[in-house]
Design a protein around this ligand. Structure first.
Ligand code: ADP
Length: 799
């Protein structure tokens, strides 16, 4: 048998043997060719392909093919030994049968072997042209018992979990394994599916005791599962990290693309802000703060909600007049001219404003007090403020405080609030556009405070010259200088202004106008103003003085001229409509045709109100809307001395009623009042005219007169009105608001007015037009009041 025949045999591509052939041909103690394996151990019952390339190995295969196809497979201790000697090989291997043999084009041979039995090498017989060795077969023992079964199951379970983590092994493998009865063979089968290190494989091969081998395998699988799990965890972590980085990168790129697409250029915006801030010449702290915000903006992605907030803030800062000042003009003559130009009458007021300006001019450094204009609606408070601004050539802003109850309205919300914005003071400053405007705080008496904080105290800070140089709005967070502002406040009444505020201010009362004054205001100011507003001229409309007078008397009842202006406005609107419709002739408005424009009269001279009556006395009141007259009515009925008061009267008014009763009792005989009237009669005091507040002691003498009139059944003069406080002894004490009250009485057609003697000096203030038509009686004691009030007693038809 030469080279040729070997070649011939090898040329046969596939040689197959029947699988279930008996193994009795395996011969002990004979020599067999040895195939040295690199990095692999073949177990009995294990079928697997091998690639053979070394010359000696090919020679061994040839020999085996001639000799029952039997070959001893032994693993090398180290893979890279090309020509292993005996000591390079393990001493336990597997006798295998070559099932297939294929010669590959590159000269190597692919074989499929099936492991048959373990074999211990006894000795190497030759090492050329191939290795051969004598060996001893190891018979696989079949051990049985509960422990073995349990161990087999445990190993199977463990292996199942190995499959689950490994995933390279199909789960079906388990099906064949569970049916294996031999413990040793089970171990060998399992090993063949696992990819273990050579050392582990060889170790398992060398354990001949089946259950020892299973135990060892159990340990190894356990370890492998653990390693897999840790590995998987590490892998997961790494993958997550990579995913995150990738995702961020991806998003950032996307964002960039979106920004580019939208054409929003962040960098340009940031630069723009920086430039604006540099140009704005802001105070140092403000500039620092603004630049800090710009830096924050830079780091935020363009569409972050936060960046919108920052932009709004920066815009708010940049809109404020940090340094802009309008040049003040303090020419007193010019100022006076302007005040006169804008307003009729109000001589005191104008004089005091001029004085105020003069003081400012003389000592500009001096912190001047704040003007507070008090008066009924429509007496010209706001327009005076506007005039002052014009007179000193400053900007004018107005802030109405009516109904403000939240401190944040004055001082702003902190930026942490959603939708926060600066307070109204800062907003007004922005509108003013200059640091030194005339700032009118309207309706300062209408502020209220509640749980949201006290706006009055915030306002105090605004008005206080010591503090307002660094007024800090919650939103801005940086101080704004209000010290150059000229504040003017207005109110309808003084007594509801918070005391600390009132103390800061120089109060000026505007009392209201007489009929004649109103007519003049209309003729000189209101008509021309309306003419302009409605786009009309003298060719379209003329209003006679008598018409104005009629409006004043029969269409309005007020201290100011607001309704008068409104009624005139109504006339102008109607005329404007006619003009638009094509009317070219002049519309003459007179007292006779006024009805056509304004409808029927709203108020008329109530002659019956001026009649003498029993138990009804006209008092004078001072209310939110100016002066007013109010009738106090007293009814006396038989009873047991009860005192009833109706008409929503305040406590002070009730005390006045008690005082009046006490006085009446001390004077009972003198006045001819019924005996024991305070126990035999019920007295009911009523003040009609629901809505106006009627508190205050100034109705004292009025109530007393009404009670005595009712008890004595003597009428009181209807064309008479009175005001004054009363003591228990009947002394008449002075009261406030005389001018306003007297004007209201005059409007109502009253002829005689009883005033406390101590109020005498106030009569001077009353416009002469009204003074001429009135008779004043100054009383020190109640006796004098009664003398005058019931002087016509017996003549009255009402008796
Ligand atoms: P207030 O602020 O006191 O409620 P306004 O200032 O709004 O009153 O005045 C109402 C209207 O009456 C304005 O058009 C104002 O110009 C006008 N007015 C008030 N008093 C005078 C006056 N003395 N001379 C000219 N116009 C006046």
């Amino acid at each position: 048998m030469g080279e040729n025949s070997a070649h011939e045999k090898l040329h046969v591509d596939i040689v197959t043997m029947p699988v279930d052939e008996e193994l009795d041909w395996i011969k002990d103690d004979l020599d067999v060719p040895v195939l040295c394996l690199r990095g692999i151990v073949v177990f009995p019952n294990n079928v697997l392909p091998l690639l053979v390339g070394r010359e000696k190995s090919i020679a061994a295969l040839e020999e085996a093919m001639d000799n029952e196809r039997q070959i001893l497979l032994v693993a090398q201790k180290t893979e890279d030994t090309e020509e292993p000697t005996m000591k390079d090989l393990f001493s336990v291997g597997t006798i295998a049968e070559i099932k297939q043999l294929v010669k590959l084009p590159d000269g190597t041979i692919k074989i499929v072997v099936e492991g048959l039995k373990r074999a211990k090498i006894i000795d190497f017989v030759q090492d050329d042209p191939f290795y051969s060795a004598s060996y001893e077969l190891v018979e696989e023992k079949n051990v049985k018992g509960i422990e073995i079964t349990a161990l087999m199951r445990a190993v199977l379970t463990k292996f199942e979990s190995y499959i689950k983590v490994n995933r390279k092994i199909p789960l079906e493998v388990m099906n064949t394994l569970v049916n294996e009865e031999l413990p040793g063979r089970l171990a060998d089968l399992i090993v063949s599916h696992m990819s273990l290190k050579l050392k582990d494989q060889q170790e398992l091969l060398e354990i001949l005791e089946p259950w020892e081998r299973l135990e060892e395998l159990y340990k190894i699988i356990g370890r492998e599962v653990e390693i897999f799990e840790v590995e998987r965890e590490i892998h997961g972590r790494v993958r997550k990290q990579i995913e995150k980085t990738q995702k961020e990168y991806y998003l950032r790129e996307q964002l960039k693309a979106i920004k580019e697409e939208l054409g929003s250029d962040d960098a340009a915006e940031i630069e723009d802000y920086q430039e604006k801030i540099a140009k704005a010449d802001l105070p140092e702290v403000v500039e620092e703060k603004a630049l800090k915000e710009v830096r924050r903006l830079e780091y935020l992605p363009a569409n972050a909600a936060e960046s919108g907030v920052i932009r709004t803030y920066l815009d708010a800062i940049l809109e404020l007049p940090w340094n802009d000042v309008s040049d003040e003009e303090l020419d007193l003559a010019r100022a006076e001219e302007i005040l006169n130009e804008d307003h009729y009458g109000l001589e005191d007021m104008k004089e005091r404003i001029i004085e105020y300006l003069a003081v400012r001019k003389l000592s500009p450094k001096m912190k001047s007090p704040i003007l507070c204009l008090i008066g009924a609606p429509g007496v010209g408070k706001t327009s005076l403020g506007r005039s002052v601004a014009r007179a000193v050539n400053r900007e004018f802003v107005r802030l109405s405080l009516g109904g403000v109850r939240d401190e944040a309205e004055i001082r702003g919300h902190r930026r942490t609030y959603i939708g926060a914005r600066p307070g109204r003071v800062i907003n007004a400053m922005r509108d003013a556009g200059a640091k030194n405007p005339v700032f009118l705080l309207d309706e300062i008496d209408k502020m209220s405070s509640d749980f949201r904080g006290d706006p009055a105290s915030a306002l105090l800070e605004v008005l206080d010259p010591e503090q307002n140089g660094t007024f800090t709005d919650h939103y801005l967070e940086v101080p704004f200088d209000l010290s150059k502002v000229m504040f003017i406040t207005t109110a309808n009444v003084a007594h509801t202004i918070p005391r600390p505020l009132l103390d800061r201010m120089e109060v000026m009362e505007i009392p209201g106008y007489t009929e004649e004054e109103k007519v003049q205001i209309a003729l000189r100011h209101l008509i021309s103003k309306q003419m302009e507003e409605h786009g009309l001229n003298e060719k379209n409309i003329s209003i006679s003085e008598s018409a104005i007078k009629m409006i004043v008397q029969n269409y309005t009842r007020e201290a100011g001229v607001r309704n008068l202006e409104r009624e005139i406005g109504t006339i102008f609107r109607k005329v404007a409509k006619d003009v638009v419709k094509g009317k070219e002739t002049l519309s003459r408005i007179t007292a006779q045709n006024l009805k056509k424009y304004l409808g029927i009269t709203k108020f008329h001279y109530d002659k019956s109100a001026l009649k003498d009556r029993v138990g009804v006395v006209t008092g004078l009141a001072y209310t939110q809307v100016g002066g007013d007259i109010l009738d106090i009515e007293v009814a006396v009925v038989k009873g047991e001395g009860k005192l009833t008061l109706t008409g929503q009267l305040g406590d002070v008014m009730k005390e006045s009623a008690q005082a009046a009763l006490s006085y009446a009792r001390t004077k009972r005989e003198e006045l001819g009042l019924p005996e024991d009237f305070h126990t035999k009669y019920d007295i009911h005091i009523h003040v009609p005219e629901g809505a106006v507040p009627k508190d205050g002691p100034s109705a004292g003498i009025t109530i007393t007169t009404a009670i005595i009139s009712a008890l004595s059944n003597r009428p009181v003069r209807g064309d008479l009105a009175m005001t004054g406080e009363i003591t228990l002894r009947g002394r008449v004490l002075p009261v406030g608001g005389i001018k306003t009250k007297v004007l209201a009485a005059h409007r109502a057609g009253i002829k005689t007015i009883i005033l406390p003697k101590e109020n005498e000096r106030h009569i001077e203030e009353i416009p002469s037009a009204a003074k001429k038509e009135l008779e004043f009686i100054l009383a020190e004691h109640m006796d004098e009041v009664l003398d005058v009030a019931m002087s016509r007693g017996e003549e009255s038809e009402n008796k």
